[in-house]
Ligand binder design. Structure first.
Ligand code: ATP
Length: 388
């Protein structure tokens, strides 16, 4: 059993008298066996959070608990926690077997036979049993990463901490290791905190994700909650690829008026934004529909700027009509927004199209605070899988 609690955890560094707050009052409850992904842009405080859990940094304020007991005062070696880094940090002069055994020798009193057994079991699990007598320099990057993971597994810890462990791998291997890691974590049932700046990793791997920006926790939720019900504009823009489209609008009664278009709201939606004068309208690329005729309030004449074929789908960059330079394509300085459409759909640059932004798909944020005032409505049928 290992429930990990971060309770108002804060970390500041003193930099020549200036205080740099790296993590500000983070509270997260991570369940036993849960896979929590900590995600955010560079410098948001992910690694510092992980290092505090590992005991490699002190906590300036707040507490970290394992099954309810504070561990802040324990040195890293006595915390039952194993960490895997981006740099594999293998000892170059030791064989794989010695690298995997080393941590056990340092931190346990297991018999030689038991250590050998654990190393061999972990090597089997990671598919590196035939590499045990090689040195790290004789291994590929992917194999080295498996050794680093194997070394964490042999310790049989209460908690795994992983800091961007896949970022040195090429895209294909990364995606394969992602699946392997998830399966492994599920089999072992070890509580895991996984740090990445890659929102795809966060979406695909985490039971829940915690999104940090500038040291502040923005939202903790399942990947789909964060995707469909973002707490604020930051989360909405960070999660999802291509990013959500945003338009700055002023509220004029029940209509939102922007530089390029006006968007009438139903009474119910207008009510949700009644207290805000300036509103950011957000819509995900897959929710923008391309239709043939403009016949509704939420249909807009646009022209295709660029088409990015992805194979299964096309990302179509659109500009509102009137933004073309002298009828010769889209003026480079004008902003575009993106619609994702089926890959088989033929769309070409400079083609006029009608973009439909359905009201049920629209997210609205307070333009001053970024707080979500209204998220897209989800049909129950969209969120539950049909039973087989
Ligand atoms: P990245 O993805 O780039 O590794 P991160 O989200 O892991 O970034 P941290 O390394 O946790 O971010 O850093 C958070 C903030 O704390 C940054 O502004 C960083 O400059 C600052 N910081 C980290 N360590 C120290 C230190 N020892 N002294 C001063 N400031 C530090």
């Amino acid at each position: 059993m290992a429930r990990l609690t971060l309770d108002g955890v804060t970390k500041w560094f003193d930099d020549d008298g200036d205080r740099i707050v790296a993590v500000d009052d983070a509270t997260i409850e991570i369940d036993d066996g849960e896979f929590l992904v900590l995600v955010g842009p560079s410098g948001c405080g992910k690694s510092t959070t992980l290092r505090m859990i590992a005991g490699l940094e002190t906590v300036s304020r707040g507490a970290i608990r394992l099954d309810g007991a504070a561990i802040d005062d324990q040195p890293p070696t006595t915390r039952d926690i194993a960490m895997v880094f981006q740099s594999y940090a293998l000892y170059p002069h030791m064989t794989v077997r010695e690298n995997m055994r080393f941590g056990l020798e340092e931190s346990t009193t297991l018999s030689d036979d038991e250590m050998d057994r654990r190393v061999e079991d972990a090597a089997e699990m990671m598919g590196i049993a035939d590499l045990l007598d090689r040195k790290p320099s004789e291994l590929s990057g992917g194999q080295q990463q498996r050794v680093a993971l194997g070394r964490a597994i042999v310790r049989d810890p209460e908690v795994f901490l992983m800091d961007e462990p896949l970022s040195n791998l090429d895209a294909k291997l990364r995606s394969q290791m992602r699946t392997e890691l998830q399966r492994l974590q599920e089999d072992l049932g070890v509580t895991t905190v996984y740090v990445t700046h890659d929102q795809t990793e966060a979406m695909t791997m985490g039971d829940r994700i915690a999104i940090l920006d500038d040291g502040e926790l923005q939202q903790v939720g399942t990947p789909l909650e964060c995707y469909h019900e973002p707490a604020n504009r930051f989360v909405a823009g960070f999660i999802g690829e291509p990013s959500m489209n945003f338009f700055e609008m002023e509220r004029d009664g029940d209509t939102l008026v922007g530089e390029e278009f006006a968007y009438p709201l139903s009474a119910e939606t207008a009510e949700a934004v009644a207290d805000a004068d300036r509103v950011t309208l957000g819509v995900r690329p897959e929710d923008v529909e391309l239709v043939s005729d403009a016949d509704a309030d939420h249909d807009f004449a646009t022209v295709v700027d660029v088409v990015e074929p992805m194979g299964n789908e096309n990302n179509v960059y659109l500009a509102f009509e009137g933004n073309e330079a002298d009828g010769e394509g889209v003026d480079e300085d004008r902003r575009t927004f993106v619609a994702t459409v089926d890959g088989m759909r033929a769309v070409e640059a400079d083609q006029p199209v009608v973009a439909r932004i359905p009201e049920e798909a629209v997210h609205l944020f307070d333009a001053d605070t970024g707080e979500a005032l209204r998220n897209r409505t989800l049909d129950a049928a969209e969120t539950t899988l049909p039973s087989v």
